[in-house]
Design a protein around this ligand. Structure first.
Ligand SMILES: *Cc1c(COP(=O)(O)O)cnc(C)c1O
Ligand code: SF4
Length: 385
């Protein structure tokens, strides 16, 4: 595979802080770069490629050497171009480049932290809640997040999951009349060709008790050019469709991402966000608030903020739970309610998502609730006797 031909040389002293725009934004200087298939073909996947583009830290170099066989690295040229190459703590960089800490396994960590495998009645399907299921249609993603909760599954890429593999899943959904909501996830469903994705969506739509279809994706952030007219027009044919987009940091909201989200929103698709709380990346209330407010501006409604799961090798990304609670405390009431996601812990072992917001009910006793508002002022509500 030919890596992106970038003139930048890491030995130059005046390193450009990011590779924008030379890495892809000008289609004239880089034909094909606005094409999502080009982006996938030219992903940065090896030590040899990445060391030409960035001066790696010792922790990153070691991470590469020792992480063979663990979660694959793949970074689209587009996403790579957001990295501040001078700052080793760049939030984009930390999500994408392996580090030696990934090799540390702590005793509370689990291969399948949310107990998905044990709630999988047929291959590719997780059925945890009464009325909705999760369908994992691929194990590929445009970029592999180092903190991925499904790092046991993703990034294998070969062989791609065959369509036949899902016959049992369709049969299962058809037989369970209580399932009214199917969440298509992965990996990343938007890695599939539009016609391939359409096959799944169409099959689901043909099941009369499936009311809504959702897609969980990070592609609009890591490969925004994937969101094209063909995709938007296809999704629009199968309404009600919802799309949840995984965002981590305000720096991910670029003109390209704005375009992608606008195209989906203009197709009538309600957009939600999902964010994993990550140490040193988005664990400051000001950063999170900025992200949430910027999301509203591109018509993405913050949905979930996740406590980082106990996936193997992710301890360096995890914060205490109080960090997330404090973030929600600093948002709720202080800003637009739409900007406040629900902070959840996906219960280890398979209990599902459990909300852990700050407590606003101080006392709830016979006929009376004592409440605390966002300013810390106390109020009483008297219930009907
Ligand atoms: C997150 C999740 C869902 C969807 O949950 P919502 O709270 O409805 O968004 C469904 N199934 C599984 C297994 C999940 O992890
Ligand atoms: S996009 Fe999602 S599934 Fe893919 S690596 Fe990132 S967190 Fe994991």
């Amino acid at each position: 595979m030919a890596g992106p031909s970038i003139s930048a040389d890491s030995s130059r002293s005046n390193l450009a802080r990011t590779l924008r725009p030379e890495i892809y934004t000008d289609p004239k200087s880089h034909p094909g770069s606005g094409d999502w298939k080009w982006q996938i073909k030219n992903r940065i996947t090896s030590f040899e490629e990445i060391r030409k583009l960035i001066r790696l830290t010792p922790e990153e170099k070691e991470g590469f050497k020792k992480s063979k066989g663990r979660l694959a690295m793949a970074i689209t040229p587009y996403f790579f171009s957001l990295i501040d190459r001078v700052d080793p703590n760049c939030p984009i960089r930390k999500q994408a480049i392996p580090r030696i800490e990934e090799l540390t396994v702590s005793k509370e960590e689990m291969v399948d932290p949310c107990g998905e495998d044990s709630h999988s009645p047929v291959p590719g399907l997780v059925h945890r809640y009464p009325d909705r299921v999760l369908l994992m249609v691929t194990d590929s993603c445009a970029m592999y997040c180092r903190y991925c909760t499904r790092n046991r599954l993703v990034g294998v890429e070969e062989p791609p999951m065959s369509i036949e593999r899902f016959e049992e899943a369709f049969k299962y959904i058809r037989s369970k009349r209580s399932v009214r909501d199917v969440l298509i996830s992965g990996g990343d469903p938007l890695m599939l060709k539009t016609e391939h994705l359409e096959y799944y969506v169409k099959r689901l739509r043909s099941i009369s008790h499936v009311d809504i279809i959702r897609i969980g994706t990070r592609v609009p952030v890591t490969l925004p050019m994937r969101v094209d007219h063909e995709l938007a027009a296809m999704l629009k044919r199968y309404h009600p469709m919802f799309v949840s987009i995984h965002f981590s940091h305000p720096r991910e909201i670029t003109p390209e991402v704005k375009r992608a989200c606008a195209m989906l929103a203009d197709s009538g698709i309600p957009l939600g966000s999902q964010t994993v709380l990550l140490k040193g990346i988005n664990d400051r209330p000001a950063i999170m608030k900025k992200l949430m407010l910027e999301l509203l501006k591109i018509r993405v409604r913050p949905y979930y903020l996740y406590q980082c799961d106990l996936a193997v090798g992710t301890a360096h990304f995890r914060t205490p739970v109080s960090v997330g609670i404090n973030i929600i405390e600093k948002l709720g009431g202080h800003t637009t309610g739409y900007a406040v996601p629900t902070f959840v812990i996906d219960a280890p072992g398979g209990g599902g998502k459990i909300p852990v917001g700050p407590a606003h009910t101080i006392v709830h006793e016979k006929g009376k609730v004592v409440l605390r508002n966002y300013e810390g002022k106390v109020f009483e509500y008297i219930e009907p006797s």
